[in-house]
Ligand binder design. Structure first.
Ligand SMILES: [Zn+2]
Ligand SMILES: [Zn+2]
Length: 170
């Protein structure tokens, strides 16, 4: 989504768009999008600053960190950005302050939020995706998916110990 700064009216703009998820990512990043990336933002101008806030929503296919099955994940993230015109000369001596990190720049009178949308998707991805909260995962002994079937590994171990105990008691 690109916004021409000159075209932002004093009352601001409400913009919505739906774009292919793959268009934000390089091939090797390989995220499986299951629905388009929906962007819904309000854009306002304040002097030469552009303020942008809204949401990014999409649905992805991830791999459950417990059972390793593919699972759908709905993702929603908040965008709150300030864009300044890119200074014609970068002031070399200027220290990077913490607040600068939330600031982006636009060039040639055009705000392009592509990179920020991409980042917001990456930052909102769960570190350990789960197909469901109560996912039982895989048995560490036989590798069976415990959501689908019970295995006997746990029981066998107990039986094995019991057998030894019985033998000792003889
Ligand atoms: Zn799972
Ligand atoms: Zn097992």
């Amino acid at each position: 989504m690109k916004v021409i700064v000159e075209d932002i009216p004093p009352e601001g703009l409400h913009l919505q768009s739906s774009e292919e998820g793959d268009s934000f990512f390089r091939e090797e990043e390989k995220l499986s999008f299951r629905s388009p990336v929906k962007i819904d933002v309000r854009v306002a101008k304040e002097g030469n600053k552009v303020l942008l806030s809204g949401t990014v929503e999409t649905e992805l296919e991830l791999v459950c960190s417990r059972c390793l099955e593919p699972c759908r994940h709905s993702l929603s993230s908040q965008l709150d950005l300030i864009y300044y015109p890119l200074p014609s000369k970068i002031e070399g001596e200027r220290e990077l302050k913490e607040e600068d990190l939330l600031v982006s720049y636009y060039r040639e009178g055009m705000v392009d939020i592509r990179e920020e949308v991409r980042e917001s998707i990456i930052l909102t991805l769960p570190l350990k995706p789960l197909c469901r909260l109560e996912c039982r995962g895989l048995c560490p002994h036989c590798g069976r998916n415990l959501n689908e079937e019970k295995c006997k590994c746990g029981n066998e171990q107990i039986d094995f110990r019991m057998a030894k105990l019985k033998e000792l008691l003889k």
